[in-house]
Design a protein around this ligand. Structure first.
Ligand SMILES: C[S@@+](CC[C@H](N)C(=O)[O-])C[C@H]1O[C@@H](n2cnc3c(N)ncnc32)[C@H](O)[C@@H]1O
Length: 290
């Protein structure tokens, strides 16, 4: 089978099948071989690995993943792409296409049934309208994958990697860095897609940590605090936390911040994950005493 990753071959297939790109499904197909190999090489896959690909499109990445990985399960929501995938992946007998919305899939069950204990990695040129929900589903549901190499909107990648005290640092940075170590693989211009998206992209690797970066007594409380701290970015931590729904008045927050060695006039965007975790455990301990 001819390599799909070129403007000529992609256009030929799309036209032959009368396929219409759906904006609402985030369909921007990759047509640049250089970027394709940056994604594949960045994912460091071997024949020992299983791969979950989200949104194979016409099978551009899938074709090459099939050559490198032991097994590939590709999850595609658009039924109009199924006949195309049947043709383009005809020779790849280690690929299974599942017609589903990845957000509705039982991923624990899928890994158990399809990969027989193989290490599993996620690789995708993600549909931008659901990038964060898809990534957070894998992380929050603790889906046993060792890494995710994903092409996403540049701004979202910047936020995922941002460090405290920078403008991009926010609740998403804390959530992603709680579960993973992010690494930028490459920047991607708009010109490598058909049709061209409105935004620039980045390929990022999220190496999933064996244990979350910090240990906390109550994970939900940690993220309630993070959301409260960033929900009111302009406010000091004291004001942001005492006007949130944590159920603690200003005096109590003052006392807890002082105990945590965090100055009350700091803003949420300056706190490290370790500081958020310490604060969460102080609030947890206080609630326990009540
Ligand atoms: C950016 S395109 C990438 C296509 C192909 N992998 C490529 O690189 O050319 C995103 C793909 O994800 C599919 N998709 C969109 N939402 C999805 C969802 N919720 N579950 C599974 N696939 C989805 C789209 O139909 C499309 O094929």
């Amino acid at each position: 089978m001819e390599k799909l990753v070129s403007p000529k071959v992609t256009k030929e297939i799309v036209e032959r099948y009368g396929f219409k790109f759906s904006k609402s499904l985030g369909q921007n197909f990759l047509i640049d071989e250089n970027i394709l190999y940056k994604i594949i090489d960045g994912a460091e896959i071997s024949k020992e690995d299983g791969v979950i690909e989200i949104g194979p499109g016409i099978g551009t990445l899938t074709q090459v993943l099939a050559e490198r990985a032991g097994k590939v399960v590709a999850v595609e929501i658009d039924k109009n792409l199924l006949p195309i995938l049947e043709e383009t992946l005809r020779e790849a007998d280690n690929v299974e296409v599942i017609h589903q919305d990845v957000l509705k899939l039982d991923l624990h069950g899928l890994i158990r049934d399809k990969f027989e204990g193989k290490p599993v990695k996620v690789i995708a040129n993600l549909p931008y309208y659901v990038t964060t929900p898809i990534i957070m589903k894998f992380l929050e549901e603790r889906i046993p994958v060792s890494s995710m190499v994903v092409m996403i909107q540049k701004e979202v990648a910047d936020r995922m990697q941002a460090k405290p005290g920078t403008k991009d640092y926010g609740a998403l940075s804390v959530a992603v860095q709680y579960y993973c170590e992010p690494r930028m693989i490459t920047k991607v211009p708009k010109s490598v897609f058909i049709p061209q998206p409105k935004v620039e992209s980045t390929v990022i690797q999220l190496k999933v940590l064996e244990n979350p970066k910090v240990k906390v007594k109550d994970e939900r409380l940690l993220f309630d605090i993070v959301r409260a701290a960033f929900g009111k970015r302009r406010k000091t931590l004291l004001n942001a936390l005492s006007s949130s729904n944590l159920g603690l008045d200003k005096e109590k927050i003052k006392e807890i911040l002082s105990k945590s060695n965090i100055q009350e006039e700091r803003r949420g965007e300056t706190l490290t994950i370790e500081e958020f975790a310490y604060l969460a455990d102080c609030i947890f301990a206080y609630r326990g005493q009540k």
